[in-house]
Design a binder for this molecule. Sequence first.
Ligand SMILES: NC(=O)c1ccc[n+]([C@@H]2O[C@H](COP(=O)([O-])OP(=O)(O)OC[C@H]3O[C@@H](n4cnc5c(N)ncnc54)[C@H](OP(=O)(O)O)[C@@H]3O)[C@@H](O)[C@H]2O)c1
Length: 373
Amino acid sequence: MVSKMGVLKFLSRNMTSFVAQASRDNAILTLARHQSVLSSKLVYSEYGDPPKVVRQEKEELRKPAEHEVMIRMLASPVNPADINTIQGVYAVKPKLPSIPGNEGVGEILDVGNGVTDLKVGDRVVPKLNAWGTWRTHAVCNADELMKISDKIGIVEAATLTVNPCTAYRMLKDFVPLSEGDSVIQNGANSAAGQNVIQLCKAWGIKSVNIVRNRSDIDELKKFLTELGATYVLTEEELRTTDLFKKGVLVRPKLALNCVGGKNALEVMRHLESGGVMVTYGGMSREPVTVPTSALIFKDITVRGYWMTRWSNENANSPERSRMFEELTNLIIERKLNPPKHTLIGFERYKEALSNAMSTKGFVGMKYIFDFQI
Ligand SMILES: NC(=O)c1ccc[n+]([C@@H]2O[C@H](COP(=O)([O-])OP(=O)(O)OC[C@H]3O[C@@H](n4cnc5c(N)ncnc54)[C@H](OP(=O)(O)O)[C@@H]3O)[C@@H](O)[C@H]2O)c1
């Protein structure tokens, strides 16, 4: 078994050209078909501080049964929801022991005799939340996975199902938006925020993007503007802006909030009468407060959004396929790029977990496990 893993690692590290990639894949597939595979996985048996409760284990995988497939994971991000799930403070509480990781991309290595809609070599992502993407290999029911295009890169594929879909749904499902309309959001430099900026740009919607001040604010503003942001303001600048008063920009019909607290209140203040604020995260850990006047005089609607709920309700819906197709095309056209990220080897999982857990924020980078490093 050890020598087989050695061969896999050698092949993974040393062959980069297209031809070499093909022969590497064939070698891996041949090994997977004829021998059992040793999977390395992260596991936690109690909720708590992620670097403390998460451990790495090996597991020998059997061949897939009739309706099962074997996959090898290629890449998987560390998202705030993954951390909150391990801490036991998320709305989803997996049965323990559990393998963490909500999103990621894998490749089919072997299929059971009864599997008709997936084949060896297909790129796949889990259909539902809490599937357990932080493992090098898995054997699972074919129904748990969804085929995605192999025309998009590994990082784009690994980060497709959470943030781009969240941004897409929030821009589509709450307020009818047309070209020239505007949207305001906080946490604009988050992965979700970067997706909102790019979708707005692609659809001709103006975006007002609020970020926290920092020493390299000009660099961040430049980055987000190049991504497609119409305006980027710090929280302080938002308080005194006359962007809307001067009629430079129509007031936003939609506000997207992943921060909460005073920041959310300030963002809500700029909404057009009858506008909607959608809360989808609470990074500041402060509650969302709604002024009475916003409800009475401006008839503001306050809503929430949870991608997990939408995906559960739409696991196999045509709307979900349409959304993935549209997002995939935007990625291929380079109108939708992955978030700023660092690829990190699976063995360095503690570092990846600690980075994502900073309560102060200012991380600036999404860590993504690259299972081939
Ligand atoms: N409801 C849903 O379905 C759904 C789906 C996707 C994401 N989300 C949520 O959306 C949020 C962003 O997710 P992501 O994956 O895009 O995260 P991410 O890329 O890791 O970015 C984190 C964001 O949070 C900000 N932040 C961190 N700590 C903060 C604090 N103490 N106060 C204010 N802002 C702070 C960061 O800004 P700084 O650079 O200023 O620190 C950054 O903009 C999370 O809350 C996540 O759970 C929800």
